[in-house]
Write a protein that binds this ligand. Sequence first.
Ligand code: X5A
Ligand code: ZN
Length: 685
Amino acid sequence: MASGTALVYDDEMTSHKLLWDDPICNIEVPERLSSCYELLKHYNLVERCVPVPVREGTEDEIMLVHSSDYLDVVKSTKKMNEAELQKASANYDAVYFHPSSYRCAKLAVGATLELVDTVMSGRTRNGMALVRPPGHHSQRNAANGFCLFNNVAVAAKYAQRKYGLQRILIADWDVHHGQGIQYIFDEDPSVLYFSWHRFEHQQFWPSLSESNYDAVGQGKGKGFNINVPWNKVGMGNSDYLAVFLHVLLPIAFEFDPELVLVSAGYDSGIGDPEGKMRATPECFAHLTHFLMHLAKGKLCVVLEGGYHLRSMAESVCMTVKTLLGDPLPCLSGEMVPCLSAIESIHNVRAAHKPYWECLKYEDTIPLQYLSTRSYQMGEAETMQTGTPLVNPQEAGKINSDEAVKTERFLELHMKEILCLGPPVKTAASLAESDTHLLPPSVQIVKETNVKGLKAIVSGFDAELLKEENNLNSLLQMLAILDKIMKKEVTNGLALSSIASRSSIVALRHCSHSRLQKLLCVFIGDMDMKIDLDDGNILLINISAKQPMQPNTKYYVSLNWKEDVERNSFFPVVLGFILPVAYSYQPDLTILVIGPNRSLGKNEISLLACLLQGIAESRIFALIQDTERELFQDVAMVFTGDFTPYFGSYAPALKENMQMLKELKDQLEQKWKMLQCSVKVTLTER
Ligand code: X5A
Ligand code: ZN
């Protein structure tokens, strides 16, 4: 299995710059690239990556996407004087040329292709290319929005040709719509293009009707273009998370790509003057983490926009740290998506319902009425405020005050969230004879001196504890939990012959510690009741048996019938478990695999992978000792040595989907990240 993270960078790409005054283009500066690289060095991330030299993309490679006429136009700019450059630039919307632009644009393409080669050949698992000029707005015959050649689109065509790929996902988290990529692959079902973008009912640049949610692709490509329009500024972590969980990821897992390319613009981050959104740097760690679980981890992240230097650099560092496998900081802020975001999500899901199995059971219709109404309201608002009554200099000052504020915020914020991962990632306990099941990097825990054990197990299963094996494995489990809580290790796992009973001891032990909130995901039949009223523990039980207790906010039972297809659980992980987990924001996750699991191995691996996104990646798995293979899989997942292939999504049993729907309805007011549709009541109409 491939390991390591590639970093493709060359400071020659800083030579492309604006030579004259242009209030639109003056934000696309060389420092964008150098400041990212400097901060990567500062965090010692450069030395942890595999350096990959850049090269020029060849003319043939560029012509995989662009016409030779257009190529000639860009080529011709290298010999131009300033007046000619300015004239050539004026032929396009929001573009500037410099004598070195052609060279840099070719390097940007080549850097992206080198990244694809490193990942596709297995020299590294994933990687990032820091490039300028960006690419996603450029089109077959046109430069646009600071973009000369469409780096990511060329990379997709190149990967198809060279490696015979059938399915590529392009996830575009830049705050602008990559209309260039959309046009290039509009009729192509082999490339799934996803973009969210500031839209404001088509008032925001590039103001195209085809940026809206109803542009789903054309001809054979219908369903393979996903647009999420943001109709308000100020979207933040929970809005981005909601779109990933409820739109991109379910469709992406169903699509089952062989390679994921990211058009990674950081103008969707906090402080950016273009985007005016609020996502903080760690949000990009989470977005990256999600995408790392598709395509067996083959993920190529390619820089697009990003105009607040500090915000972009911090977010790039978060992205690279995550690619390297470091624990994730908690996503900060209240996990509640805003109404406008939910409305957009609702509309995209409705528009894509005909094309994707995972959306089949939605009874969504696009919110024509609501959208139209808020569109008119939006229009009225802009009319009233009209053109801002400040002169450009004042406006500049306001912007820079804003930028300085963000700078100060980030200074503090990064100190708060940056957690150095412990030197050892994973600890485990199991019998001596079984240690060969584990990768060598796992720390085997044998200690059995645990403080306060008497209190935890007092009056509890005294019979079971008389057996020495049980007592020892219990003690070792508690020792691992202590290590996780003391941050000596990030995660851990243990086999137990009495997983269900042991899990109660684990929960008690942790809730007696200084940890505030515990999430327990229990797969299989639970043979005990627990009292969960105080909110310190949230228990989600997935079992084929009817629940013993009614559902409450903190006890959720998912009555999931075993499904012969065994790959139908993806929408539950993405659309239910993770939204609840992210809403709860636990300090530690305990995953129990008890007797009679009604989930398949793939489904449990997926859960183990994605639950690492919460609780600063602190997770403990307790596994019934009859499940050795699963134990091995989870160990590989936890050490990060291995990104499993989860198989492709199979439709779920109707009764399971029905149960899920009822559960979501029942809980979406309590766990707000569950919301993905707007209930249109009669009065609202
Ligand atoms: C790559 C990128 C933005 C162009 C904005 C023009 N382009 N107003 O972020
Ligand atoms: Zn952008």
